[in-house]
Design a protein around this ligand. Structure first.
Ligand code: BGC
Length: 346
């Protein structure tokens, strides 16, 4: 195993950015930036043993800055997904957040964790990125010390371990917003990929794209992914919730607890499979329904449905829905969550 660092240009403001490559003895590797703790590349073998980079990304920091609204590979925080009306109550006090997707708050606000430079250290086979989010940032109470540890194993499994501590009660929901295309990051739409999710219910979307609070059974709907289903089958389905999201843009309520396998994505063409395990209660699946057409790494064409984000996280708007698993972090307590992306091929 090796972790190496090299310069990755500079932000528009002139701050140098570093790219870290975590490579295993087989030559498979992942690349992570200290800017935004962004997952910039994941190169794993297909069924011919050829490496394919299956993670969408850009070649320069400026592109990440200009196109940040796609959240490519981003480490999303302080609170992933939507908070209705960009407000919540905590300890009897109202808190107003940045309404960056009016009227809601999305993915941490105008300048989320994906748009800051993180501190880094290399610890053995791992890259550890840390960031202190000051009290009041984007409207959140409490200074939050955040850490994410990236570890890439000899078995082509990438582990993300999230940790955070706040000096006041706050809301925390960290996730990775990597988009996957298991045929290669520039290989076109992902309609032929199959996806299964270990869930019997999903959170219904209201007209404001926040959950209504109702958990709907997946049985008899395009959301039944207990057996693998082609993504195009889902996004072409005639179902009011698919119309509301423009495809899949929903949170599945995962079964079980602790680190357990939650979803399996497979590309029949390349033979590559991604099995996602997580400690989180929810999995937001976003089939890039609104990803604008743009040029990605090496001139690749990205856009609508040319990748799928599998965002293991707390339920959207949980802070305003007492019946959802809590995303509140009490002062002095430690937030800990894990996501494991394990790559194999047939
Ligand atoms: C959300 C989408 C949003 C996208 C932005 C996803 O996580 O679920 O609704 O448009 O992020 O890139």
């Amino acid at each position: 195993m090796s972790v190496t660092a090299r310069p990755f240009g500079a932000t528009r403001e002139g701050t140098p950015v570093t790219l870290f490559r975590l490579e295993n003895p087989s030559g498979a590797y992942v690349q992570v930036l200290d800017y935004g703790a962004i997952l910039q590349a994941v190169a794993v073998p297909d069924r011919e043993g050829r490496l394919r980079d299956v993670c969408l990304g850009f070649d320069t920091p400026a592109e990440y800055q200009e196109k940040h609204e796609g959240y490519l590979g981003a480490l999303v925080g302080r609170c992933a997904n939507r908070i209705r009306g960009a407000r919540f109550q905590l300890g009897g006090r109202p808190h107003a957040l940045a309404a960056n997707q009016p009227p809601n708050h999305l993915h941490g606000g105008n300048r989320g964790f994906d748009q800051y430079l993180w501190d880094h250290r290399i610890e053995g086979d791992s890259l550890v990125l840390t960031r202190l989010s000051p009290a009041g940032e984007e409207g959140y109470p409490g200074a939050l010390q955040t850490q994410v540890r990236y570890t890439f194993g000899p078995d082509n499994a990438l582990l993300l371990e999230f940790q955070a501590v706040s000096d006041a009660d706050t809301v925390v929901n960290l996730t990775s917003h990597a988009y996957w295309n298991l045929n290669g990051h520039g290989a076109g739409d992902v309609g032929g990929h199959t996806l299964s999710i270990d869930a019997i219910a999903f959170t219904e979307l209201g007209e404001d794209n926040c959950p209504t609070g109702t958990l709907v059974s997946v049985v008899g709907t395009p959301f039944d992914l207990r057996s693998p289903r082609a993504l195009s089958d889902g996004w072409n389905a005639d179902h009011p919730q698919i119309r509301q999201g423009g495809g899949y843009d929903h949170n599945w309520a995962l079964r079980g607890s602790g680190l357990r396998e939650a979803a399996v994505l497979h590309a029949p063409e390349s033979g590559i499979t991604l099995a996602l395990s997580t400690t989180q209660p929810g999995l937001q699946v976003y089939t890039a329904n609104f990803l604008p057409e743009s040029t990605g790494k090496g001139g690749a064409v990205y856009g609508r449905r040319r990748g799928v984000a599998l965002e293991a996280q707390g339920f959207p708007n949980a802070v305003n829905q007492p019946e959802f698993p809590s995303t509140v972090l009490k002062a002095g307590e430690t937030y800990h969550q894990e996501i494991l992306f394990a790559f194999t091929h047939d």
